[in-house]
Write a protein that binds this ligand. Structure first.
Ligand code: ADP
Ligand code: MG
Length: 622
């Protein structure tokens, strides 16, 4: 081994960039956060080719003074916190002081900014970490950051980028999260010269939700609000007539920051218990506000996760508030929801030292140099969230009809993932008649063969199909695994940790990539594409449970097989799931291709045959 030596700054920055800047969407997120922190009332995001070509974020915020310009792009330089104690009272979206430095390290970055009290702006260009001399320039008050050639210094990262469509999907998602949390700010998203979203200032949250997810969802919003000892919950849940097969439409914001919080997702499903079919997830837009010192935001490089001082209380607040609301709401014939006015999330804004602080810290007012009227108003009609979710899911989970396609392993499970209950709930009877099978009790399929009547257990058959497809892919090493947008840390007990550590290689074979993440936490960073609608942490916990129960020292191949069984079971449609005619057809089609169509992987029968002779005999025809 060579001697220990200190890493050059550029390498340190590249390492930091690896954590913070994963794809164009991460750049958009960081730049928009800076714009929000600057007190801007207007933010424009412009993208070329999904951000792969160019990302430009312009704001009318406080701007950066000439002296501060070089610091803005320096690592670990921030105006938002001063000492370690401040880490426990972060009231801005940023605080790590490494976003601009990281981005500048891996791209061609142009920063133009003019501070509020300055007559002239300044321009600073950084080329893959190399800073060019700063030059004065004319520009309006505020900041414009342009990022081109992202990852040109880190070709490996570039390889991980997906198609323009996929990257655009992630970027729209990043924009959506910030736009929902900051409804006071006028925001525009342009892509290749087309306006994708134009959201006026001081918009009601419900309208913003409508622009992103369509009128159906907007009209089904149910306002919820509650508080407990300084913690406030405000926002909307959605009538259970609308649900999704994934939990990506569960937006939780904490003090204006979008977070993913497993315990709150859990609280939400608890609140909807009994109101949704298995495998369906509620839609919700929840804003929590609490004193900044009641939460630790410094636990995740992309600031996506937080740690609550009193998580139990917040869990109960969310669960209790929503449950009460449901108890007092007639869910079938609801009256109009009250429009909530802007910024329900109680966002603390702007702690930029050099800036003019806002009067109450909550409501930036529109400044004269940048009125919304200067920007074109255009009507946007995006009425279906599928557009966004499809983008987010990326091409690998689209197109449910191509089972067993050579390049994309996307068998049946996606049926469950992509079915929309809305459409499934109203299958006209005629549609069934065209089918070769009839679904009864939402659990059995009845069909005929020359021998007689066949009753199929939909779950058992689906499980079998997935199992066989999965096994074939695994054995031939062709299983498709997806890198998670946000790797999920799963805290485990020491024993559990050891079990998973031991099974790491086997898990890798089935497309689940785990790595130690400090202490006894495991990080799930990649996941089988076919399990996209199953929570990785939950899946890992099921694996742990499973490994825990079994005898140790069993052949690795057996472990693999057992895990395949377990995963197929989880991914299959459940008894109780209503299937569309197309899904019924697809199940039957695959039935004939199964090596053992008669038994599910657990050995239970997948179908029963009532022979014609038997029927004839019973009806006393013979
Ligand atoms: P952080 O946001 O964590 O402080 P960044 O690297 O994102 O770190 O930004 C560094 C500093 O540059 C910020 O603290 C802020 O002072 C300044 N800055 C960045 N973007 C803007 C902006 N759009 N408007 C005003 N100041 C900005
Ligand atoms: Mg920042």
């Amino acid at each position: 081994m060579s001697r220990i030596h200190r890493l050059p700054t550029s390498v340190i920055n590249k390492i930091a960039a690896g954590e913070v800047i994963e794809r164009p969407a991460s750049v958009v997120k960081e730049l928009m956060e800076n714009a929000v922190d600057s007190g801007a009332t207007h933010i424009e995001v412009t993208l070329k080719d999904g951000g792969l070509e160019l990302i430009r974020v312009a704001d009318n915020g406080c701007g950066i003074s000439a002296d501060d310009m070089p610091l803005a792009i320096a690592a670990h330089a921030t105006s938002k916190i001063a000492d370690a104690d401040d880490l426990f009272r972060v009231s801005t979206l940023g605080f790590r002081g490494e976003a601009l430095a990281s981005i500048a390290e891996v791209s061609q970055l142009k920063l133009r900014s003019r501070a509020q009290d300055s007559d002239v702006g300044n321009e600073l260009i950084v080329n893959g970490g190399l800073i060019e001399p700063m030059a004065p320039c004319g520009c309006p008050i505020g900041t414009v950051v342009e990022v081109a050639s992202l990852f040109f210094t880190t070709p490996v990262r570039q390889k991980f980028l997906r198609t323009m469509q996929t990257e655009m999907g992630h970027t729209v998602e990043a924009f959506t999260r910030i736009a929902l949390a900051h409804t006071k700010i006028h925001m525009v998203l342009r892509h290749n010269d087309r306006v994708v979203h134009e959201l006026p200032a001081n918009e009601s949250l419900s309208n913003r939700i409508g622009s992103f997810f369509g009128d159906d969802v907007r009209q089904a919003l149910i306002a919820v609000s509650g508080d407990d000892n300084g913690v406030k919950l405000e926002g909307f849940v959605v009538d259970p007539i609308h649900s999704r097969s994934h939990n990506r439409l569960q937006y939780v914001f904490l003090n204006g920051r979008h977070i993913r919080e497993r315990s709150l997702q859990h609280a939400l499903s608890e609140a909807y218990r009994g109101l949704l079919l298995t495998g369906r997830y509620p839609i919700a837009f929840l804003g929590l506000s609490m004193p900044a010192d009641a939460v630790d935001v410094n636990v995740h490089p992309a600031k996506q996760e937080v740690r609550f001082l009193d998580g139990g209380r917040i869990y109960s607040l969310v669960l209790g508030t929503i449950r009460n609301k449901f108890l007092t709401t007639d869910l079938t014939a609801r009256t109009q929801i009250a429009d909530m006015s802007a910024n329900i999330y109680g966002t603390p804004q702007l702690a930029t030292a050099s800036s003019t602080a806002q009067a109450d810290g909550l409501a930036p007012s529109i400044t004269s140099h940048n009125r919304p009227s200067e920007f074109q108003q255009r009507e946007i009609s995006l009425t279906d969230d599928r557009r966004i979710t499809d983008w987010t899911a990326g091409p690998s989970t689209l197109g449910r009809s191509s089972f067993g396609g050579a390049d994309s392993f996307r068998p049946f499970p996606d049926l469950a993932a992509q079915r929309r209950v809305d459409s499934a709930q109203a299958i006209p009877q005629a549609a069934h008649d065209r089918n070769r099978a009839l679904q009864v009790h939402n659990r059995y399929l009845i069909t005929e063969s020359p021998e007689g009547i066949i009753v199929i257990d939909q779950h058992a058959l689906h499980e079998r199909i997935i199992y066989e497809q999965l096994r074939e892919k695994v054995l031939s090493g062709a299983l498709e695994s997806q890198k998670l947008l946000v790797p999920e840390p799963v805290p485990l007990s020491p024993t559990e940790f050891a079990l998973i550590a031991e099974a790491t290689e086997t898990l890798g074979q089935i497309g689940i990539t785990v790595e130690p993440f400090g202490g006894t936490t495991m990080l799930v960073s990649a996941y089988p594409a076919m399990l996209a609608n199953h929570n990785p942490a939950e899946m890992l916990r099921s694996v742990v449970e499973h490994l825990n129960q079994r005898d140790s020292k069993v052949d690795r191949r057996d472990v693999l097989d057992e895990l395949l069984h377990m995963i197929s079971c989880k991914a299959a449609v459940k008894a109780g799931d209503r299937l569309t005619p197309a899904e019924v057809d697809a199940l039957l089609e695959h039935r004939s291709m199964c090596q053992d169509a008669h038994h599910c992987p657990h050995g239970r029968p997948t179908s029963l045959v009532f022979s014609r002779e038997e029927l004839d005999r019973r009806f006393k025809r013979t």
